[in-house]
Write a protein that binds this ligand. Structure first.
Ligand SMILES: C[S@@+](CC[C@H](N)C(=O)[O-])C[C@H]1O[C@@H](n2cnc3c(N)ncnc32)[C@H](O)[C@@H]1O
Length: 217
């Protein structure tokens, strides 16, 4: 898929934190439980866009299954360059830039976001939702997983208002109903809205997670 270059994220603190994180954890490890679940819905259909792919753990998995194209965006230039060199192919491309400023050249069937809506401020979220709702093909789906406002990490660190807190990095916890309403306001239908533990267990950590699945009519 051809791309217009995407503008870079304007928050150097966020870029530095995640660049350093992926320098220490560069390789895609097992795909997330969310990716495995969503992959069953996607089958081989595409195009698929991933917002905030990090070290590519889910994009590489989805790219191996989909007939594509799969485009995975992240602000971390160094990591996307490495992922393209090691895992990119004509079906799977990693793109550096701000996912909230992306303009797809082909209407996506699936837009996938794991733990990225809670990584951005509300202005960035809203700008993302605007293009996501406009760009999906009719029948296309938006798949989102994020930490809930009822997660145990809520309230830890410096309060920034609006459910956002800063520890060693920024997190803005998701109010499920409010997020779902934003999607409805943009013309998407909610297929499912789940808030639960047990969905993203990692070692001792069992966060309270929101999963939202929405469809463009
Ligand atoms: C919590 S990590 C999640 C990574 C991956 N989705 C996963 O589940 O392992 C958040 C990711 O979003 C990326 N990110 C945050 N804001 C972004 C933005 N505006 N544009 C592109 N990437 C962004 C970060 O660089 C980081 O890789």
């Amino acid at each position: 898929m051809e791309h217009e270059p995407i503008e870079h994220v304007k928050d150097p603190e966020s870029i530095t934190y995640w660049e350093e994180y992926y320098r220490a954890n560069p390789h895609p490890f097992n795909p997330s439980a969310f990716a495995m679940e969503m992959a069953k819905r996607m089958g081989t259909a595409g195009p698929v866009i991933e917002l905030g792919c990090g070290n590519g753990r889910d994009a590489v998995f989805l790219g191996a299954q989909s007939k594509g194209p799969v485009v995975a965006i992240d602000q971390c230039e160094e990591e996307t360059r490495r992922l393209n060199a090691e895992h990119g192919n004509k079906n799977l491309q990693f793109v550096a830039g701000d996912f909230s400023r992306y303009t797809p050249t082909t209407a996506p069937r699936y837009i996938y976001s794991r733990w990225t809506m809670h990584a951005v401020d509300e202005v960035t979220e809203d700008r993302t939702l605007d293009w996501v709702a406009a760009a999906l093909v009719p029948g296309g789906e938006f798949m989102v997983e994020a930490r809930s406002i009822r997660d145990d990490l809520y309230g830890k660190g410096e309060s920034l208002g609006g459910h956002a807190f800063f520890t060693d990095h920024y997190r803005r916890f998701m109010d499920p109903e409010r997020f779902a309403q934003k999607l409805r306001n943009r013309g998407l239908e909610i297929i499912s809205l789940v808030e639960s533990r047990g969905l993203a267990v990692h070692k001792q950590d069992d966060p309270m997670i929101v999963r939202v699945l929405a469809r463009k009519p």
